[in-house]
Design a protein around this ligand. Structure first.
Ligand code: LLP
Length: 404
């Protein structure tokens, strides 16, 4: 569950060589802690597997929405990845973090003229067209970027319906026949698909690639991201190298081996590198005798349990591996749905304890919010025993800084 770069000694958890309880004391809670070496290891795993399986042209692209902050993007720029941006704000961040504009892919199902113009102005390499009207608007603004058409392949995958994107009825992309028509009047370099997120088998990808093959013959195929990760012990997931292998094999079989291929993982690059630290504020019995453990964060730093019913593992920072009692870990927000983890085993939790939830690197910071006036947590990078703040904690002044 914990980053590659972590260890447990006498119940004490270290991330990137830094003791979790010490980090909580030094930087406060809640805090997102990221093992920098784990980010780099994941990037290399994807890039090496891709190079092995597909020596031809192509690249691995980081879907920056998964963990959008300068330091994380900088790591992936240094590791040689491209970058997927889904808005003007993500484009701005990617340029700020040092990505070469030609390595950027602009996505989005409702791009504004301003975002399209921004992409042209900065020399963004690839624009992934969601629909015909967008294609016309972009061409009216001028040419430049390589164009891919996002196809809705009509494939269902086994994941939460809110993060399924390639099925009939999806708001993303265009039907195959529309892509075919578009290719007749617009110079399309290729096709794009992204069938959803937190997907734990290769089968739906294979079916989706077969659907792309039926659209026509193109030079470039961007097969999207979506590789799932294990969140709690016992979760099954495809390993990054096996996913890359399966994706490339499907592409070679359906599209031929001479194509330029692009993969766009987000979650699988960042999820496991991050943990969240909380401080316990209270422990009380519920009406049914259950133990309710309330922490100083919740749905403001991790919306995933609420939005997707996501399960997380929880430990007490200094007492890993000790026998526990069944607890419900809840957040501090004024909503009954603000539950971080149900039925988790914690060793006699007490106020003041530091709780750790592993696998929070993806879509935690990304979807953080200020409900109930709770400032968003800092991001702390840990590596080789050193910790540094790469995103500072929000202040109360920040919360009201825009009020006129
Ligand atoms: N490419 C495109 C076009 C995407 O829309 C996405 C994610 C990705 C790549 C990367 O997908 P990943 O490898 O991270 O699954 N907030 C949700 C996830 C939303 C994903 C949106 N698109 C969650 O917390 O589960």
């Amino acid at each position: 569950m914990y980053p590659e770069d972590s260890s447990v000694d006498g119940g004490a958890l270290r991330i990137g060589g830094c003791d979790a309880a010490d980090l909580a004391r030094e930087f406060g809670t809640p805090a997102y802690v990221v093992a920098e070496n784990d980010l780099r290891a994941r990037a290399r795993e994807f890039v090496e597997a891709f190079g092995r399986q597909h020596p031809g042209p192509g690249e691995v692209v980081y879907a920056s929405k998964a963990f959008p902050c300068t330091a994380v993007l900088r790591v992936f720029a240094e590791e040689g990845l491209g970058c997927d941006v889904a808005s003007g704000g993500e484009l701005h961040l990617a340029l700020r973090a040092g990505f070469a504009p030609e390595r950027l892919y602009l996505h989005g199902n409702a791009k504004s003229d301003a975002e399209l113009a921004m992409a042209l102005e900065h020399g963004v390499g690839t624009v992934v067209l969601d629909n015909e009207q967008e294609a016309d608007r972009l061409l009216a603004l001028g040419g430049g970027p390589r164009l891919l058409a996002r196809v809705t392949p009509g494939v269902d995958a086994d994941t939460h319906e809110h993060i399924l994107t390639g099925q009939a009825g999806s708001k993303f992309g265009m039907p195959p026949e529309v892509a075919r028509e578009l290719a007749e009047r617009v110079d399309l370099a290729g096709l794009h698909m992204h069938i959803g997120s937190q997907i734990r088998s290769l089968d739906p990808y294979r079916r989706a690639v077969a659907a792309l093959a039926r659209v026509g013959d193109f030079d470039v195929y961007d097969l999207g991201g979506g590789l799932g990760v294990p969140y709690v012990p016992g979760d099954e997931a495809v390993e990054p190298a096996a996913w890359v292998e399966g994706m490339v094999a499907a592409a070679h079989a359906e599209l031929g081996s001479g194509k330029e291929l692009v993969l766009e993982p987000g979650r699988a690059l960042v999820a496991g590198a991050g943990v969240t630290l909380y401080r316990v504020e209270s422990v009380k019995p519920g009406l049914a005798g259950e133990r309710i453990v309330a922490v100083d964060g919740g749905m403001s730093d991790n919306l995933r349990p609420m939005l997707y019913g996501a399960a997380y593992h929880v430990d007490v920072a200094g007492r890993l591996g000790q026998p526990g009692v069944t607890c419900t870990v809840v957040g501090k927000h004024c909503e009954s749905g603000d539950v971080l983890a149900r039925d988790v085993s914690l060793p006699d939790p007490r106020p003041g304890d530091v709780l750790v939830t592993p696998v929070t690197g993806a879509y935690g910071h990304a979807m953080a919010n200020n409900y109930n006036g709770v400032p968003r947590p800092p991001v702390i990078f840990c590596a080789d025993g050193d910790a540094r703040v790469v995103v500072r904690r929000e202040t109360y002044e920040d919360l009201h800084g825009r009020d006129l």
